[in-house]
Design a protein around this ligand. Sequence first.
Ligand SMILES: NC(=O)c1ccc[n+]([C@@H]2O[C@H](COP(=O)([O-])OP(=O)(O)OC[C@H]3O[C@@H](n4cnc5c(N)ncnc54)[C@H](O)[C@@H]3O)[C@@H](O)[C@H]2O)c1
Length: 310
Amino acid sequence: MSIEGARVLVTGGAGFIASHLVDLLVEQGARVVVLDDLSAGSLDNLASVRGDIEFIEGTVCDPDTVDRAVAGCRLVFNFAANADVPRSVKHPDIDFMTNSVGMYNILTAARKHGVERTMQASTAAVYGEPDYTPMDEDHPLRPISPYGASKLGAEALGLAYHHTYGLPFTPVRIFNTYGPRQPRYVIYDLFRKLQRDPEHLEVLGTGEQVRDYCYVTDTAGAFLALALHPEADGRPYNIAGGHPVSIRELVGMILETLGYRDTEVTYTGRSWPGDITRLVAGLDRIKATGFAPTVDLKTGLKNFADWIQP
Ligand SMILES: NC(=O)c1ccc[n+]([C@@H]2O[C@H](COP(=O)([O-])OP(=O)(O)OC[C@H]3O[C@@H](n4cnc5c(N)ncnc54)[C@H](O)[C@@H]3O)[C@@H](O)[C@H]2O)c1
């Protein structure tokens, strides 16, 4: 399929990752529709493409709004979600409605309108605590947060639609993505704390947690490549950067990026419900489609620093 001139829906397109995908789609000549309720995203993230896209302010929880947004689209990327795990622990209803029911509404509309591929932004949280690392896509699925469970429900439904109705559907399990426009999570929090106090840094947890960071434009590029790949359909794909680091190593790299040599770093030792200690992705399946990240962590952190402290 040629992306040029194709009408494409991106739900959650005013958010961090999906706004980068919108940039890429516009650059490649797609006619992009964004559906976002702006509960977490911002129109600022779409400022450079605002004149080139159709923006619908609304929720994926409303079937009529979804139907209107999906009509005429050849591709749908479903990124709309509550992406905040601690919030999902307090309000599991929001996750279930947005992540699971929202996906149901999209699949229903995709089936009705003959969408050529529906892509779901799923998450490594569907795995839960690892039996082994790196976790490939066949690793057991035992989410330990309502967020992970609601995303797994959405995946399962999409794959069932694929098998039952032949609906083209691909869930992509994002490990940790970072980069400009990200308004939360570890990297953002560490930079913000260091902006307030370059001399002392308190880090949540033990510092031993391991994460596999992927730069946001690499994640966005992989979603588009998978959406257009003739065989990447009907089964899940992991996506990550492929170079796992401990939080302790990450802290060292951030301090180096900022040129801070004398910061006193302390670790609280406490974790939080839903937190997973080792998130390392098996990437053989996505690499077989041609995926190769282009931005390493050192460069990505420099870009992040330029964005957060202009
Ligand atoms: N950032 C990561 O590292 C990461 C990791 C795993 C999975 N993901 C998934 O990727 C997607 C994007 O994550 P992000 O980090 O960019 O988060 P984000 O919060 O920046 O983006 C989510 C967007 O969805 C919108 N939204 C929320 N509820 C909605 C609703 N009911 N209807 C329409 N729009 C709604 C928000 O306003 C926001 O713009 C999410 O589905 C998330 O679960 C992200």
